[in-house]
Structure formats: structure tokens, C-alpha cells
Design a protein around this ligand. Structure first.
Ligand code: PLP
Length: 434
């Protein structure tokens, strides 16, 4: 499989080069030259297949010969080594729970696959590689956990001081080993700006080998198809009917992976792009016109994105045919008030505890199903509610119980280095620790 840049000013590359580079040299996102179809009988067999087998079948055509089959098999096993249960919430709505991985968020899937692919592709490197990543919360934890203990890889995470939740902060700062956390005295945009500047600094690049763990990396994007296959298969087995799938969306990598699986042959009745107040894509779905907007802060802060990177991939997947996209995908913009009320109401009526991102998708799905009396749906529950207590606890009026797996982590000492939000500070730190 070859990958081309959506900006069309760079050469095509194989999966290994696309993964190592992250972004094409012309600044574009990589996109596969062809979309493979799932093998005949795959969808029918899905309910009997283990997640690692599903992952191997889905991902092998994208990886091609860059990773040998036995190695890819091992990577797949390690990528989806935790459950993806479909949990009924009401008679017509189920949650596809994606938070049973090590950092309790769906980003574990992409981060684990990418970290292991990068580990394989740098197996002959003698110079250690530094993964430099800015995070608003979930990405950093998933990337850190994915690379924890991987030889020859060092991870430096920049996060905004005081703006991540206590669980997220522990997941960034308490791991130790090859993971280092920089607590930036600024916001997420500052963190991202510093990282971008480091990637353009020739002196720094001469001293260390850097790679990004950017969310647009194909090795993070593509494996997200796997849990759609798994979730849809479980729903098909139970209801014999393709479900409506609601996806809480920010940068749109997750939804775009679901659409990719659909184009490859996964039966889905309709997709919902469930957004918070950051509604550039829902506005496009209504009007056919796309306009980036400044991001606004919300309760579902992992989706506070004003100009989603992966929107270009969605357009490309459907050859920029607006009517096709509009018929498959409906957009929702859900307010914080509705998000909070949904968490409270669903908890009260069903006992199910949503996180704010899942709540946005739940709200959208419930609304869509109210006009489709025969349809059933699943929503992606992208994180455990314990990661977002500031949004969840006021809504339900009680604390979120901490899962036992997490209690040990919360007792670990926090280790971070405070950093002023200026590039010189980051540069000095990286040069001194090189
Ligand atoms: C990152 C994230 C999202 C948004 O996913 P995208 O792929 O960026 O659309 C949704 N929910 C949670 C909990 C996240 O961490």
C-alpha cells in the first residue's frame, strides 16, 4: 500500500515511511492510495473472531510488506489486549466501551499500535529517538503508556499546568522510566506551539532524533477501525440489523476510521458526528460549506477542536461528494447544559454513568433514534468517567468511584518539571537532557 499526501506536493510512501514521518513533507496528511475491501465472509465471521484476528485482517493490507506477518500478529495482540464490550443502556441504545485499556480512553488503541510499529521500524537505529508530544489530557497518557519501557525510545510530554484532571495528570507524571512530563505554565495551544517550534529547530534536530506522536499519524488512525468491526459485529449478532453509530468527535480521527471500515464493507446504517459547541463539521453537514472556527472550551474538553485535522480525510474518502457524505453522516452540536443533563438523566434512569464525551454521543443518538422508530444504535464511550470528575460529579451529585486498577497509580508520586511557556525554556531543557 502506498500513501499520498492530501496536499499533493510530496512523493508517495509506504506505511513505514508514513508512520515515521507522521506528516508528509508538504504539511499534508497521508492517505492510502486504495481502500481495501474486507475479505469475503469476513463480516459474517466477525462475531467468532478474536479482536487480534480482526485487527490483523483489517490492518494487514495497510501495512503491506513493511512488517512481517508474525511480527504484525504480535503487534495486533498487544494493541487490542483488553475487552471492547457492548453494554446495553436502554432497549435501543448500547455503549461500545473503549475505556478498558491501560489509560482508560480509546486513544490507547491507536497509541499502542503506533508505538509498537515505531519500535519495529527503529529496530536497527543506534541513536535513541525522542517522542515529543503535546497533550490536553488523554493523548499524552495513551502515548506514554504505549511507549513505557520500549528500549531506545524516550518520551517527553508537554501538558498545560492545572488544566488536566487529577487522573490524567497521574497518568502523565507517575510512570517514570523513559517517560518525562513537562508541566507548561500555559494552555494547550502553548504546548502545541512549543512542540511545533522544536520540530523546526535545526540545531535541536542535529542533536537528537525526534518523532511526533501526532494524532494524524496513519499508525494511530488506521487501527481504530478494529473496534468498529468488533462493536458492529456484536450488535449484528444480537439484533440482525446494522446499527446507527454515534461518535463523539473532536479531531475526527476516530469517526474517520469508522467511515473507512464502512467503505471497506462494514454494515452500518448511519453515522452521527457528535460534537460539542465546536461545530465546524456539523455546520458543514447542514450547509455543504466548511469553515474553521476558533476552539471554545467545553465540558467535553478532549473534543475542543475548531479546525479538525481529519476532516480532509473524510472528504477524500468520499471524493468530496457532499450529497454522499450528507446521506451517510448527520452532525450534532450538543451544549454543555444538555451534556450535563444527559449524564444526570441517564444515570438516574438506567444506572449507567456516562463521561462527558460519551454523553454528547448519547444525546445525539437518542435524538436521531426518536425519528427512526425501527433503528437501533451504539455510541462510542471514549473514556472512563473517572477521568472527567469536574464534569461528571456536579451532574450526578456524587463522587465517581475510582476503579481498583487506578488506585495504585493515584498513590504514586507525581514527577514533572515546570516549564515557562516560552520556546527557549523547552529548547534549553531538551539540549541539557540530550
Ligand atoms: C480524543 C478524544 C475524543 C475525540 O476523538 P477524535 O478522534 O479527535 O475525534 C473523544 N473523546 C475522548 C475521551 C477523547 O480523548
Amino acid at each position: 500500500m502506498r500513501y499520498y499526501s492530501l496536499n499533493r506536493q510530496a512523493a508517495t510512501v509506504d506505511f513505514d515511511a508514513a508512520t515515521v514521518a507522521g506528516q508528509a513533507p508538504d504539511g499534508g496528511l497521508y492517505f492510502p492510495e486504495t481502500i481495501p475491501r474486507f475479505p469475503a465472509g469476513f463480516v459474517e465471521q466477525l462475531p467468532q473472531l478474536a479482536p487480534a484476528e480482526v485487527a490483523f485482517t483489517v490492518l494487514q493490507p495497510y501495512v503491506g510488506s513493511t512488517i512481517p506477518a508474525t511480527e504484525l500478529g504480535r503487534i495486533c495482540e498487544e494493541t487490542v489486549s483488553f475487552p471492547f464490550p457492548v453494554v446495553p443502556v436502554t432497549a435501543r441504545i448500547s455503549a461500545l466501551e473503549l475505556f478498558h485499556g491501560p489509560t482508560l480512553a480509546f486513544k490507547d488503541v491507536g497509541a499502542r499500535f503506533m508505538s509498537r510499529c515505531l519500535g519495529y521500524f527503529s529496530r536497527h537505529e543506534t541513536r535513541p529517538v525522542t517522542v515529543l508530544v503535546a497533550t490536553s489530557g488523554d493523548t499524552g497518557g495513551a502515548v506514554a503508556s504505549g511507549f513505557l519501557g520500549v528500549p531506545g525510545v524516550e518520551v517527553v510530554i508537554l501538558y498545560p499546568s492545572g488544566r488536566v484532571s487529577p487522573v490524567q495528570e497521574q497518568q502523565l507524571t507517575a510512570l517514570g522510566q523513559n517517560i518525562r512530563a513537562l508541566e507548561v505554565q500555559g494552555n494547550f495551544d502553548d504546548c502545541q506551539r512549543l512542540v511545533k517550534q522544536a520540530f523546526r529547530d535545526p540545531e535541536l534536530l542535529a542533536r537528537r532524533r525526534f518523532t511526533s506522536a501526532n494524532s494524524i499519524n496513519v499508525a494511530r488512525w488506521l487501527p481504530q477501525q478494529v473496534y468498529y468491526c468488533y462493536g458492529v459485529a456484536q450488535t449484528l449478532a444480537a439484533t440482525n440489523q446494522p446499527p446507527v453509530v454515534a461518535v463523539p468527535s473532536g479531531n475526527f480521527g476516530n469517526l474517520c476510521a469508522g467511515l473507512l471500515a464502512y467503505v471497506s464493507g462494514l454494515p452500518v446504517a448511519h453515522f452521527l458526528a457528535a460534537c460539542n459547541a465546536n461545530a465546524a463539521v456539523p455546520a458543514y453537514l447542514t450547509s455543504g460549506q466548511y469553515a474553521a472556527r476558533p476552539a471554545v472550551p467545553t465540558l467535553s474538553n478532549a473534543m475542543d477542536v475548531g479546525d479538525p485535522s481529519n476532516f480532509g480525510r473524510i472528504l477524500e474518502l468520499f471524493r468530496h461528494e457532499y450529497p454522499v457524505i450528507r446521506d451517510l453522516l448527520s452532525g450534532y452540536s450538543v451544549s454543555d447544559a444538555d451534556t450535563s443533563a444527559t449524564i444526570r438523566r441517564v444515570h438516574e434512569h438506567t444506572g449507567y454513568l456516562l463521561d462527558p464525551h460519551g454523553a454528547v454521543a448519547y444525546f445525539a443518538l437518542e435524538d436521531y433514534l426518536s425519528q427512526q422508530p425501527e433503528a437501533r444504535g451504539i455510541f462510542l464511550e471514549t473514556a472512563h468517567p473517572v477521568k472527567f470528575p469536574a464534569a461528571v460529579e456536579p451532574a450526578i451529585g456524587q463522587p465517581v468511584p475510582v476503579p481498583t486498577e487506578l488506585q495504585a497509580l493515584l498513590r504514586q508520586p507525581k514527577r514533572s518539571t515546570l516549564l515557562a511557556p516560552e520556546y527557549e525554556a523547552l529548547r534549553t531543557y531538551l539540549l541539557e537532557t540530550a
